[in-house]
Design a protein. Structure first.
Length: 632
């Protein structure tokens, strides 16, 4: 397990170097589509610009990004200087060398600055830091020019000879045996960004296109599995519908993670992926297809956007044939379930997957949740690079929250390496990535899922976390030592003098003071209870969610209550009442409870406001009798 996590971390690191620079790769690719000698509008001047960017600009950006991952901007700057020794007077793109020198520069800058910080006298920090980084940059510049550039030039030459030999012997399709399982285990970034991207850039520089950009990003094999599963994989209508939506997200959106859970449920489908990918690579070699830049995400649209003129049919056939072979294999493997379930090899693979916690024997829709009793302020959908699947998942989750009228919870997507360690945050990850997420954010609340696009799973999480929020607030108040006497005989008085509609108050503290002064003028409290209400709010927000807040006093403050009462305050424009800027309250119900009646009153209020349509009615009503009818 830990070996897999370490490899994932390497892949994540490489992905973090390439992903921020995807835009410039795509720019070069699209310009090449239109203006290369074989493009739609050949233009030698534009291609000179593109070649200069590939040889000089991209390595500097790569080195800067790699260095900044270790030590922020300082590491990035030192990396950018060091890489100049590699790209100076070169005629080939040196991406691998840029990744290497950028990473080394960032790591050494971090170590040097730590030494300077611990050994420099006060007042000389900035001087020592600047001189130290400058000297380090000069040393790395020299090493790059006289040692690293020659070394990587020879490595590149050897790799090019090796790749040509592999292609000549028709052995390149065998790499599918490594690529397809690696994708399912989230290890593909090591191969894609560590090997294929540098090789692809160099091949484009010499041959004006490269097949290496298409091998890992090919949506065909996964699409074949999803299509077979949608048609014949299950009698469960929900799973079939989910398979169709996953098929669209996979092919058009480039979210490849959606088919991983299907493979792990039926390990024999690994063969569908492998043979589908192999047939696609053979097709690519025979038809001489290829792409012009890094393809991310692996969508049909991004593949076509970076396809050179004259290769559209070739690349589409490459995708279609890999899809067709994968679909046929998947169809046979799914329909012959009994045979493959009894196959010794499949049993060994399945046992290994279960032992290593890659899969379970539950239905695809079943997931286990591990949650703590904390107020939730943020939900983060996280994946390896923080793009693609997590972005789609966060969008779906946000829409589901809106359907339940929950607007005070922030929803976003993130890379696992950037997750915050916060008790009030829920982190949702694919089950393969949950262990890394827990290591990154041990205090957060974690939820493992099989599929980022499965709406039913998100609904379960929402039901667990948010739909019982009022009940959670009741428990919170009870923990403050307000003991309830649940008796229908105890009722608070609510008349028109207790109701204030269409108020223009703009701050929480002003709303609390307004409620307190009304309670005081009506003779329900001593003036000290107003201070008690403010003190209680400073301890923890009384914002319930769903535009409702219930300010009240502390435990000691009940000594200043003469008679139990409630004040209803309507602020149609709303005011921020919670810890987040989206915690907007429009119905503020101030409580002054005598003896042990506090929790009973809160229970009455939350039960009365249990339905969203009632809340909306009270927010806009201009009739005090509407309020009285709801509560009494």
């Amino acid at each position: 397990m830990y070996e897999k996590i370490n490899i994932q971390k390497i892949g994540y690191f490489l992905s973090n170097i390439i992903t921020p620079n995807i835009t410039i790769f795509m720019v070069c690719g699209i310009l090449s589509v239109f203006f290369s000698p074989l493009g739609w509008f050949p233009n030698i001047y534009v291609m000179d610009f593109v070649n200069s960017v590939i040889v000089y600009v991209i390595p500097v950006l790569i080195a800067y990004t790699a260095g900044s991952l270790f030590f922020g901007k300082k590491g990035g700057i030192v990396g950018s200087i060091a890489v100049l020794g590699i790209i100076y007077n070169t005629t080939i793109p040196m991406l691998s060398a840029a990744m290497f020198i950028g990473s080394i520069s960032g790591w050494l800058t971090k170590a040097l600055n730590k030494i300077i910080k611990n050994s420099t006298k006060q007042g000389f920090e900035m001087l020592s830091d600047t001189i130290g980084n400058s000297i380090l940059s000069i040393i790395l510049l020299g090493l790059s020019a006289y040692f690293i550039r020659p070394f990587f030039t020879h490595i590149t030459y050897i790799l090019n000879i090796f790749i040509k030999k592999v292609i000549t012997l028709n052995c390149l399709p065998l790499i599918a045996i490594l690529i397809e399982p690696a994708k399912v285990f989230f290890l593909n970034n090591v191969i894609n960004h560590g090997i294929f991207t540098p090789l692809g850039i160099q091949e484009v520089f010499y041959f004006k296109k490269s097949i290496f950009f298409l091998i890992e990003s090919n949506p065909g094999p996964g699409a074949g599995v999803l299509m077979a599963y949608a048609l014949f994989g299950s009698k469960n209508t929900t799973i079939r519908k989910l398979s169709w939506s996953n098929f669209a997200a996979h092919c058009l959106g480039g979210v490849h993670e959606v088919y991983f859970s299907y493979i792990l449920k039926k390990p024999q489908l690994f063969f569908s992926l492998i043979f589908g990918s192999m047939s696609g690579i053979y097709t690519l070699i025979i038809l001489k297809g290829g792409g012009l830049s890094v393809i991310s995400p692996g969508s049909i649209f991004t593949i076509l956007a970076t396809t050179p003129k004259g290769c559209y049919v070739n690349n589409l056939l490459f995708i279609f044939i890999s899809f067709l072979v994968s679909f046929i294999f998947s169809l046979v493997l799914i329909r012959q379930k009994k045979f493959f379930d009894s196959c010794l090899l499949i049993k060994i693979i399945r046992k290994w997957l279960i032992n290593n916690k890659f899969t379970d024997q539950d239905n695809l829709l079943n997931n286990n949740v591990c949650l703590k009793n904390n107020v939730i302020k943020k939900v983060i959908i996280a994946c390896d690079a923080g793009l693609g699947s997590s972005a789609l998942g966060s969008n779906i989750f946000h829409k589901e929250l809106n359907k339940h009228r929950i607007f005070n919870v922030q929803v976003c997507n993130s890379a696992i390496n950037l997750l915050p360690n916060d008790r009030t945050t829920v982190i949702i990850t694919h089950k393969f990535l949950t262990h890394r997420a827990v290591m990154q954010s041990p205090d957060a609340q974690h939820y493992s899922i099989n599929n980022f696009l499965d709406v039913s799973i998100y609904r379960k999480i929402i039901k667990k976390l948010f739909l019982n929020k009022k009940e959670y607030m009741l428990k919170k108040i009870q923990d403050e030592s307000f003991v309830a006497i649940h008796s229908d005989k105890k009722k608070f008085t609510l008349s028109e003098k207790h109701i204030f509609l269409n108020q223009k108050i703009k701050k929480k503290i002003m709303a609390i003071k307004f409620i307190g002064l009304i309670l005081y003028k009506l003779g329900y409290i001593d003036k000290n209870y107003i201070l008690s209400m403010i003190q209680r709010e400073n301890l923890a927000s009384t914002f319930l969610g769903e535009f409702i807040a219930i300010p009240h006093g502390t435990l000691e403050g009940k000594n200043f209550v003469k008679k139990t009462a409630v004040i209803f305050l309507q602020i149609p424009n709303g005011i921020c009442f919670g810890d987040e800027k989206n915690d907007i309250a429009k119905l503020i119900i101030g409580i002054a409870a005598n003896n042990n009646e506090h929790l009973h009153i809160v229970s009455r209020i939350t039960n009365a406001l249990d339905k969203p349509d009632i809340i909306q009615k009270l927010i806009i009503t201009q009739n005090k009798q509407d309020v009285i009818k709801v509560f009494l």
